[in-house]
Design a protein around this ligand. Sequence first.
Ligand code: GRF
Length: 206
Amino acid sequence: MKNIAIFASGRGSNFNAILKKQKNGKINGEIVCVISDCSQPIVFKKAESNNIPTHTINIKQFKTGEEYTNFLIAILEKYKIDLIILAGFLKLIPSPIVKKYKNKIINIHPALLPNFGGKGFYGKKVHKAVIESGIKITGITIHFVDEHYDTGNIILQEKIEVLPNDTDETLALRVLELEHKFYPEVVKAICDNQIKIDNKKIIWER
Ligand code: GRF
């Protein structure tokens, strides 16, 4: 059983989707804490109603970046974390944590990376940019996390069509459906040790 930390700062719908699969006994792991840089994100309410501990950890609470990093590491060690899932966490993960948890941190992005990714591309901004670009296909990318925004090795991409009358809101909803279907599946695969990494190549042994 892998101990899972969710890093999230928003409404927590991906947290919910993963927890649901866990509760159905499909995931060989357990969400043991939720960490946010915000003080009262909606996701905390969802976690607390499931008796999952929550922690607000914001770099502004610390004198230095190093203190912040060390505090985060101490929390991750306290919970014996094996897998970190970013689900709507907008801050960059400090480099020592990326190194310590190499290939143990994953993120989901609501577009097909490397397009429409990087700093500033989050939430509706992504879907707005997708619609404005005129491209006909968008989707989701689930990837390992490195030191930069949205550049880690890709585990899975799933596509959907951008419809002529889509707005950023309608598109966001359909992309979110994909997220809820596939993020829990990737989490399950990682917990079942089905994801193998050969340099940049990711192999999913189903
Ligand atoms: C999702 O759209 C995800 O792709 C992005 O942040 C959003 C989180 O949504 N990384 P939620 O809080 O899980 O509902």
